[in-house]
Each structure stands twice: as C-alpha cells, then as structure tokens.
Design a protein around this ligand. Structure first.
Ligand SMILES: [Zn+2]
Length: 102
C-alpha cells in the first residue's frame, strides 16, 4: 500500500473511531452502545495497525509514524523527498512522470 494512502486511512480510522465513540454516547440501548464502542475501537485500531504496517518510507522502509504532523519533507533515515501530499491528485494522473519536472 502507498504510504500516503496509509496515512489517509490512519486519519479515517482515528476520525471514524471518534465519531463512532461519540455516537455511542447518544444512545441508551446497552447493546447498541456496546456495539458502537466495539466498532469504534476496531476502526481506530485498524487505522493505527495498518499505519504501522504500511506508513513507511517507500525507499528505505523506515516507519514514518514516529514523525508527527504529517508526512515529513524528507525521510528521517535515507533523506528521500516525501512531501507529495499536496500534489497527490496530480500525481495520480501523471504518476511516474513528474520526477524531474519542477
Ligand atoms: Zn527512507
């Protein structure tokens, strides 16, 4: 999996978990509350877990999870340029072709 997609899924997991947890507080039905809480924990855990597995430098494979505040500009281990987040959509269109166009 792509490290940018992995980061996106991590945030979806965190936000989704929060939303489910908040939603669980709106109900009185114990089974529903328990179900939503379990779902919240599962979504949250999956988001973090996949980030542990896939949120890595594409070059050297070091974990980027330890870098707070988004994708670091350069890999802390090998220094490869990483910050492509803003160009993500463009990159999807012209994938592999933009390495030396600046
Ligand atoms: Zn690296």
């Amino acid at each position: 999996m792509d490290y940018k997609l992995s980061r996106l899924l991590m945030w979806v997991g965190i936000d989704g978990g929060m939303v489910l947890l908040a939603a669980s507080m709106c109900f009185k039905n114990e089974k529903l509350v328990a179900g939503l809480m379990i779902a919240a924990v599962a979504v949250f855990a999956l988001g973090i877990l996949q980030a542990f597995l896939f949120y890595k430098c594409p070059e050297c494979g070091c974990r980027l999870l330890k870098c707070k505040g988004g994708i670091p500009e350069n890999c802390p281990e090998c220094g490869v340029y990483l910050k492509l987040e803003d160009k993500y959509e463009q990159e999807q269109k012209g994938n592999q072709e933009n390495s030396d166009q600046q």
